[in-house]
Design a protein around this ligand. Structure first.
Ligand code: PMM
Length: 281
């Protein structure tokens, strides 16, 4: 019995002082490299290196700061043979990251923050992840309104479809484009659940999907204590692990996660379950 293809696991390496879930833990090159190596040992297929925190309310680093954070980490991890993704909205950073060995540009703005990212990717052979996004983190809460027909799912499909067209128009071939519904970005809790429950509508755009649910605040709210205090980010893993087989069943291409081991374990159980044959008559 063949085993079903499983989603790829993208391990997160945030080289930032202020990411909401792991801010400051891997802010220097040496600890980010060590963390990347640990995630590879745990089974990560891709390492996503980011130098800008996108937590709600975050202010942006200077371009030079972002470059200083990510380039040495990308060179080091690519030098180990890892498939490295750069999590950036900036064309200068995307270009330097590709030069340093990154093979994926993960642009949470889908080309809206800096349209020249699309040209940088078009001039390379890198994969492009276009995420649904409406505004920078310091203002995104003001844009979490989805009153049109189809609600949040209809809006994300329409707006992500526009980003897909922009990427194509810039010259990025379809087989290099991945789409992401952007959980937590200008989304309130119920918006994230709507998107997770109706990912098929996003998949109907015809491109592979990447999903980043790991440690997001909608899980903290779900697991809030009796006084309403959200569960802290590092204690949201069990709820995320429960989502993993559901996402795998929907054919998601890649899961962007903090806890690579927990995700790989959940996928191993899912694969064993889905590849078990029916009893013989
Ligand atoms: N989420 C964050 C950062 N980058 N990239 C993609 N493609 N999808 C996401 O959902 C996503 C992302 C924010 O989460 P973090 O601060 O825990 O890295």
């Amino acid at each position: 019995m063949s085993r079903p293809a499983r989603p790829l696991v993208m391990g997160i390496v945030n080289v930032t002082p202020d990411s909401f879930s792991d801010g400051g833990l891997y802010a220097d090159t040496a600890s980010a490299l060590a963390h990347g190596r640990t995630l590879l040992d745990q089974g990560a297929d891709i390492l996503d290196v980011g130098g800008e925190s996108t937590r709600p309310g975050a202010t942006r680093p200077l371009v030079a700061e972002e470059l200083d954070r990510v380039v040495p980490v990308i060179s080091g991890l690519a030098g180990l043979g890892a498939v490295v993704s750069v999590d950036t909205m900036r064309s200068e950073v995307a270009a330097a990251a590709l030069e340093a060995g990154a093979r994926i540009v993960n642009d949470v703005s889908g080309g809206l923050a800096d349209p020249a990212v699309l040209d940088v990717v078009a001039d390379s052979d890198a994969t492009y992840v276009a995420m649904h996004w409406r505004a920078h983190s310091d203002r995104m809460a003001d844009f979490a309104t989805y009153d049109g027909p189809g609600g949040v799912v209809g809006a994300v499909v329409a707006e992500l479809g526009e980003r897909l067209e922009a990427a194509r128009a810039a010259g990025i071939d379809d087989d290099r484009i991945v789409l992401d519904p952007g959980l937590g970005f200008a989304k309130r809790g119920e918006h994230n659940w709507q998107l997770l429950a109706h990912l098929d509508a996003v998949a109907a755009l015809g491109r592979p999907l990447l999903v980043g649910a790991s440690r997001k605040s909608f899980l903290g709210t779900l697991l809030a204590g009796p006084d309403g205090t959200p569960r802290p980010p590092a204690e949201r893993e069990h709820a995320h692990a429960a989502l993993v087989p559901l996402l795998a069943d929907q054919g998601v291409w890649c899961l962007r996660v903090h806890d690579v081991r927990a995700t790989c374990d959940a996928l191993a159980a899912w694969q064993a379950f889905r590849s078990t044959p029916a009893p013989q008559e």
